[in-house]
Design a protein around this ligand. Structure first.
Ligand SMILES: Cc1cc2nc3c(=O)[nH]c(=O)nc-3n(C[C@H](O)[C@H](O)[C@H](O)COP(=O)(O)O)c2cc1C
Length: 341
């Protein structure tokens, strides 16, 4: 199996094994909801509908970029795509870099549009691929394969540095993003992969004109740890817990974005309370990766549906207990900081 395909397969196996989490938390536990004993809302009237990048979705949850680029990904992507089509949720495919190098892997991506003809689907490419500008034909290939509604650029210097043959040059990524934004007609979203976007980085991305940032902070899947598990001989584990906690990234983004770009919160979203706290802290959407791929691997479409229905029901309960009928009503006024000893 070619190296890139083997790597993708390893990532899937390790992240779903339960060994790849951060020791540090996303920080959401430092905030508690302020209970409203007089909610004055009718539970049955609560709507979870959310507007993001000028499209309506049934629930504020983005299915994060994960698979593609290896043959095992095809059935997994088919299930997630069919689910997103049925439940009107946005979905990002995994990195399409392998597909650009080996067109035989195209099917693992094109299946997504076959299964989800009308869903919001985002392409995915690494920031390092943009250094010097990504050729026009490659940009077209990324977008056309899945008729993408947006392009996601992932920033993952931690993961690349921990990979044996990972990229080492990150100089020029920012200008590559700026160029991509100016060349494509669909929105460009920039995400981390779990180590978080700092305030300074978000500021630079806003200056590049990106439509949205996914802060993808620490507290969920640790790519430092994943690559260390793959590289069994490595004794150097100082990056296993490297990254900015999700809630900290989110509060920094909230201070900056002010309508200039939309915010997605991800990195350790494992319960609907974290989706609700994310929205209180300024995100329009939360996003999740590991719980989705684990549910699909274990129980297929039904597993994903079970997870989603639980999160949706719990989210509505939270909204009701905060006295909110719409996700846009969620705000910092619904949270209080708790001191942890
Ligand atoms: C199996 C797997 C593969 C992933 N592959 C990609 C990828 O190709 N591109 C990307 O932008 N992020 C990728 N990610 C990162 C996720 O999109 C997400 O940012 C990260 O896992 C943190 O979210 P989580 O804590 O909910 O897992 C992957 C995650 C998983 C679990």
């Amino acid at each position: 199996m070619p190296e890139i395909e083997q790597r993708k397969k390893d990532h899937l196996d390790i992240t779903t094994s339960g060994q790849a989490g951060y020791a540090k938390t996303s920080g959401f536990e430092r905030f508690d909801f302020i209970h409203n004993a007089l909610p004055e809302v009718d539970y049955d009237e609560i709507s979870c509908e959310t507007r993001f990048l000028n499209r309506w979705f049934s629930f504020p949850l983005f299915i994060s970029s994960m698979t593609g680029g290896h043959h095992e990904a095809t059935p997994l992507n088919a299930i997630i795509a069919a689910f997103c089509e049925a439940y009107i949720l946005p979905f990002g495919v995994g990195s399409q870099r392998a597909m650009l190098e080996d067109p035989s892997l195209l099917k693992s991506f094109s299946i997504v549009r076959e299964e989800a003809p009308s869903a919001f689907i985002a392409s995915n490419i690494g920031g390092t691929q943009l250094i010097g500008g990504l050729e026009k034909e490659k940009v077209s290939a990324l977008v056309d394969t899945i008729r993408a509604d947006a392009i996601i650029v992932h920033l993952n210097p931690l993961q690349e540095l921990r990979q044996k043959n990972g990229d080492r040059n990150f100089s020029g990524v920012r200008e590559g993003i700026r160029k991509l934004v100016s060349e494509v007609e669909i929105p460009v979203i920039v995400k981390e992969t779990g180590a978080g976007l700092s305030q300074n980085v978000i500021e630079q991305l806003i200056d590049c004109g990106v439509a949205a940032v996914d802060i993808a902070g620490a507290g969920g899947t640790s790519w430092g740890r994943v690559e260390n598990i793959r590289n069994a001989s490595s004794e150097d584990h100082f990056t296993d817990d490297w990254g900015i906690p999700t809630s900290e990234c989110l509060l920094a983004a909230r201070d900056l974005a002010g309508g200039k770009c939309e915010i997605i919160a991800s990195g350790g979203i494992r319960h609907s309370s974290e989706i609700a706290k994310s929205l209180c802290m300024g995100a329009v959407m939360a996003a999740t990766a590991q719980p989705v791929i684990r549910a699909v691997k274990q129980e297929g479409y039904e597993g994903l549906e079970k997870l989603y229905k639980q999160w949706e029901a719990d989210f509505k309960t939270i909204m009701c207990l905060l006295g909110c009928e719409r996700p846009t009503e969620l705000d910092m006024i619904h949270l209080r900081r708790v001191s942890l000893r």
